[in-house]
Design a protein around this ligand. Sequence first.
Ligand code: GUN
Length: 293
Amino acid sequence: MNIIDGKKIASEIKQEIAQQVKVMLDKEERPPHLAALLVGNDPASETYVNSKGKACKEVGFDSSTYKFESDISEEELLETVQFLNNDPDIDGFIVQLPLPEHIDEQKVILSVSPRKDVDGFHPENVGRMSVGLPAYISATPNGIMELLKRSGIETAGKSCVVLGRSNIVGRPISILMSQTTNPGNATVTVCHSKTANLKQITSQADILIVAIGKPEFVTADMVKEGAVVVDVGIHRVETDQTKSGFRLIGDVKYDEVAPKASWITPVPGGVGPMTIVSLLMNTLKARNNEIYS
Ligand code: GUN
């Protein structure tokens, strides 16, 4: 069994990005600038936005955060999005989700200029990705593709089962894995909460990508011997075995699945570290006008 070391791969990519920023600075060009819009005080969202700021600093990007109280009106939020859409000093920005209930999330996503949509959530980017055009690809699917590529995992002609059909993970990764790219060229099946005979399907998978959002849902009996297992889940559970009183687990029951797998992502340290790095990769692309010229 080989571990897909997301922490190490993320760190390598950050070094590559930092190198490219250095070249820009040496030429007296401005570095990439990523902004984040944060509404309310959700601790997970705050942590995520802080991590983005820290990662920007590490690679030499400029970063800014626009913070709002949770009672901000939809109109005011949309105005801020327009302001960022038009600010030439900002290459890309994200609106941290979830948003408070009184704000229409889809409306906000649609208001972000596709050119600055480094989250890859705008339907224009999702559509471009679907037809194989250059596009901003959302962080988690992009991170998974990088992990497979940099681990040298063969995907062409393999059977790939994706557990989960969310707009930001399951659906996009299923599209990417079926495209004529490397990684890609897999025969993809998407499973979800209404799938019948789930175990029968997952246990045929050469590559199993799990983004179902249920702690330790995938057990050894659902996995084929020698499969590649990618675990997108991350859950905080209480335990008396750590100092902090909690530990992180994934959607896969790691201890029993790992011995059967040829490759597996750990939790933490697998897909997680790749998400912020993907955002940095997209921001660098935005700075270089690589997607929309
Ligand atoms: N909330 C959880 N993950 C994400 C993400 O990747 N982007 C944004 N904007 N919000 C999130």
